[in-house]
Structure formats: structure tokens, C-alpha cells
Design a protein around this ligand. Structure first.
Ligand code: PBG
Length: 330
């Protein structure tokens, strides 16, 4: 039996039947806002390659957090832009109990305890060379010494009250090592969000401007630890290892160009699977919108819904607040 008995357009004819057959619906509770933190008070610094995104001092960050709570956005992912004065070869500022990230965490937790906080665990904001780890004389990022540093960083974040530590470095074995250290220190409730399938992507450019690692990195790249763009079987192996090592949630990053990977990961493991709509994706949509070439609200909500359709349980996005407002009809 087919046409004319089967007419696919019948269910599409009216809004009520479109609503009834809709498989995936985007909600504010699917979104994780992303914010960059700077020193100072009353400071908002524009990121030129990300119009609409400001680096915020902690007092300004509190306002953004309040807006997330009001809108029903469950969590906020924090990235520090600490300035060159604290950068070093060994990235020791990363585990300084009073560093910018930890002060921000304590302030946020004091005011908005119900808002989940996700802390980036990688050394790039703190290294003079802009790599995510510690390098040897040849410039190669050394695995085990880096993992040791990431453990110290994770313990410091957990002590400050971070709900999720989120290793974004792609070192081997870091999830299990961090899990062990957290357990031994009594941080049994601190969750790990593993950047499991993180690609060596050119879509991170604006982010590196925002946190100030672009200048340090110079012509360097991250190809010896981030994944090759051509692979997706490898992503499944990365995810499997991170889950075996104790990851509570896994992530695919970037987002839109990697929906195939997202779907494979969700199908293969059924684990909490997050996706990161990265800075370059934001910049593309924003630039086109500012030129009047795309309808911003429509394309953003379309892209975010596509993540849910592809299997995402939660979406990290610089558009979280805008999208939540749009979804609520504000
Ligand atoms: C660094 C890190 C990066 C992003 C998140 N954590 C950039 C990189 O790996 O160079 C990118 C996020 C974005 O582009 O929005 N560990």
C-alpha cells in the first residue's frame, strides 16, 4: 500500500499533528551555558571573534549565573582567561587553591548552590606555550607528567566545590587516574565529564582568542593528542576507555560537523552523552546573522535540536541563555 493511501504530508498539515508526532523537543534543561572568567570587578571584555560573548569578572559572572537559574538552565561550564602573568612552563597556577577559577567556583556555589558547575581540566590557559599539557625539549606533550598535573588540578577544583571536572586534554589514562585520586581524597560525588571524542579541530579558533592561548600556541597544533578529523571508530574506542575508567558522562566535540560521531557514541554505549557546540560554530552562526544572511533564532534552535535528534543528552553552547529565552517565548 502506498500513495494515495499513504500521504506523508497528512500528519504535517496542521500544527497539532506536527506537535503530536514530534520526536525530539529542545528544552532549557538540555542546555549548558559556557562562560569565560577574568580578574577584576565590573569587567566585561568583548571577545572580538565571538560577538555577544564577553569575558566576565566574577561579580558579572554571578549575574549570568542568576539568569541561568531563572531560565532553567541546569549548569554552567567555566573557562578561565587568567592573563599572561600567571602562565608558566609547569602550569602551577592551575592548582593554586586561590586561583581565578576556584574563587569563581566558591562565589557561584555560595550564591547559587543549585546551579551545576563544570570545570575545564587542561593546562592550556596556564602554560606559556599554550599546549594542554607539559612538554619535553622537543615540544611533545608528555602523557604521564601531564596526567599528574591534571590530577592536582582536578583535586583543587573539587575542593573548591566544582560539581563536574571535565578533562579536555585527551591524555591517555587520565580519567581513571583522576577518578582514583578523587575517591582517595573523599570527593566521591565529584562527577567526571570526559571530553572523550575531542577532535583536532580548526573550529576552536575563537575560543583560543577568548582564553588567550592562541598567542601562546602560535603556529603550534594539538595533533599529537586530539583526534584526527577523518576518524570515528577511534572515537568509540576513546569513549569506551573513558567509561571503563569511570567517566560519568562523555562528550563529543565539536558539534554540528560531528553529528555522525554523536549518534554512534549514543547508540554504542547509551551513556550520558554531551555535545559541545564550539566557538567556531557560534562565530559562523553569529556572523551570518549579523549580516542578515540567516535568521539567528531559527538557525540556532535548529542546530540545537539537531544535537538532540543525533542523541545528545545535554548541549554545551554559548547560545544557552539566548536559546532558553527563545524557547520560553521571551
Ligand atoms: C582546551 C579547550 C579548547 C576548547 C575547550 N577546551 C580548545 C582547544 O582544545 O584548543 C574549545 C572550545 C571552543 O572552541 O568553544 N583544552
Amino acid at each position: 500500500m502506498s500513495f494515495p493511501a499513504i500521504r506523508m504530508r497528512r500528519m504535517r498539515r496542521d500544527a497539532f499533528s506536527r506537535a503530536l508526532m514530534r520526536e525530539h523537543t529542545l528544552l532549557p534543561s538540555d542546555l549548558i551555558m559556557v562562560a569565560f572568567v577574568i580578574e577584576g570587578e565590573g569587567q566585561r571584555e568583548a571577545v572580538p571573534s565571538m560577538p555577544g560573548v564577553d569575558r566576565l569578572s566574577v561579580d558579572e559572572l554571578l549575574k549570568l549565573a542568576g539568569e541561568c537559574v531563572r531560565l532553567g538552565i541546569p549548569a554552567l561550564a567555566l573557562f578561565p582567561s587568567p592573563g599572561s602573568a600567571v602562565k608558566s612552563e609547569d602550569a602551577a597556577e592551575a592548582w593554586n587553591p586561590d586561583n581565578l577559577m576556584h574563587r569563581a567556583t566558591r562565589a557561584l556555589k555560595a550564591k547559587y548552590p543549585e546551579l551545576g558547575l563544570i570545570g575545564d581540566v587542561a593546562l592550556d590557559p596556564y602554560t606559556t606555550h599554550g599546549q594542554d599539557g607539559l612538554i619535553d625539549d622537543a615540544g611533545y606533550v608528555m602523557n604521564e607528567p601531564t596526567v599528574e598535573a591534571l590530577i592536582r588540578m582536578s583535586l583543587a577544583q573539587a575542593a573548591a566545590g566544582m560539581d563536574f571536572v571535565a578533562p579536555s586534554d585527551m591524555m591517555d589514562g587520565r580519567i581513571g587516574s583522576i577518578r582514583d585520586a578523587l575517591e582517595q581524597a573523599g570527593h566521591i560525588h565529584t562527577r567526571i565529564l570526559a571530553y572523550s571524542a575531542k577532535y583536532a579541530s580548526a573550529f576552536y579558533g575563537p575560543f583560543r582568542d577568548a582564553v588567550g592561548s592562541a598567542a601562546s600556541l602560535g603556529k603550534g597544533n594539538k595533533h599529537t593528542y586530539q583526534m584526527d578529523v577523518g576518524n570515528s571508530d577511534e572515537a568509540l574506542r576513546e569513549v569506551e576507555l573513558d567509561l571503563l575508567e569511570g567517566a560519568d558522562a562523555v562528550m563529543v566535540k565539536p558539534g554540528l560537523p560531528y553529528l555522525d560521531v554523536l549518534r554512534r557514541v549514543k547508540d554504542a554505549f547509551g551513556a550520558p552523552t554531551f555535545v559541545y557546540q564550539v566557538s567556531g560554530e557560534y562565530a559562523m552562526l553569529k556572523a551570518a546573522a549579523q549580516n542578515g544572511w540567516l535568521d539567528e533564532k531559527a538557525v540556532v534552535l535548529e542546530a540545537l535540536t539537531a544535537f538532540k535528534r543525533a542523541g545528545a543528552d545535554a548541549i554545551l553552547t554559548y547560545y544557552a541563555i539566548d536559546a532558553a529565552r527563545w524557547l520560553r517565548g521571551e
